[in-house]
Design a protein around this ligand. Structure first.
Ligand code: NDP
Length: 240
């Protein structure tokens, strides 16, 4: 059995990635923080298309909890390992820098940047040991170009981009690739408060993207065919 872990797999882009990886034959570990009903729905959608899934709730921002859940999973699956890790869990707490509160800064950094570190550190050793792995980090155009009102989010995503590039150099010889996918505006819960009709005017493709479009790209990067792509940031933003 090939296993893939998707953090934040209960909703949005993470859910679409879970379904894509299940269609590719992976047994999918669906991580989430608190929305069990949404995670159960992801599991059901996977099973409806003939795949297998297991819920694996933990807070990616909590290093000790992440380490424990993932080492318990490994202990219960001694002959297997998680060969694909998608670090997708993330939150937005937008504010201008001069109003930004400590918790708005810390929560966003702890989830995206520290969360990516904790899950990756827990799993990369098994991938290197088995000489095959795929790590795909979901970042953002905001971390590539910057976005007013998102200094916390941009800093977190830019940090993950740095992690991606450096880790790729550490793991390439062991056939473990590490890439980042940088979406622009994608229709999910995270963007439902944004004025889509206004914002789509600044997108050359004149629309928000779909979670499934991001999932298709992640699916390719997770495949055997993508073995010569590593340390890259791939934008999926309708030209933004
Ligand atoms: P959603 O808000 O729709 O979903 C967020 C997911 O992350 C949920 O599954 C949520 O779990 C999970 N999550 C949040 N915090 C934690 C945590 N501490 N531990 C574990 N899971 C957590 O987001 P999107 O699908 O829109 O975004 C997914 C990723 O894509 C994020 O990293 C985001 O920054 C990035 N992105 C999104 C864009 C967009 O336009 N939507 C654009 C660019 C990047 P639960 O259901 O339990 O709350």
């Amino acid at each position: 059995m090939k296993y893939a872990l998707v953090t934040g797999g209960s909703r949005g882009i993470g859910r679409a990635i879970c379904i894509k990886l299940a269609e590719m034959g992976f047994s999918v570990l669906v991580n989430y923080q608190s929305n069990k009903a949404a995670a159960e729905e992801t599991k059901l959608l996977i099973e409806e298309c003939g795949g297998t899934a297991e819920l694996l709730p933990f807070d990616v921002a909590n290093g000790a909890e992440t380490e424990k859940v993932l080492s318990d999973w490994q202990a219960a699956h001694a002959d297997d390992y998680i060969s694909v890790l998608v670090n997708n869990a993330g939150i937005r707490k937008d504010n201008l820098m001069f109003w930004m509160q400590d918790d708005e800064w810390n929560n966003v950094l702890n989830t995206s940047l520290n969360g990516t570190f904790y899950t990756t550190r827990a799993l990369v050793k098994y991938m290197m040991n088995k000489k095959f792995g795929r790590i795909i980090n979901i970042v953002s155009i905001s971390g590539v170009n910057g976005m007013a009102g998102q200094t916390n989010y941009s800093a977190a995503k830019a940090g993950v981009i740095g992690l991606t590039k450096s880790l790729a150099l550490e793991t390439a010889k062991k056939r473990v690739t590490v890439n980042a996918v940088a979406p622009g505006f994608i229709e999910t819960d995270m963007t439902k408060d944004l004025p889509q009709d206004e914002l789509k005017k600044i997108v050359p493709a004149n629309r928000f993207g779909k979670a499934e479009e991001v999932a298709d790209l992640v699916g390719f990067l997770a495949s055997e065919k993508a073995g010569y792509i590593t340390g890259q940031v791939i934008n999926i933003s309708g030209g933004l």
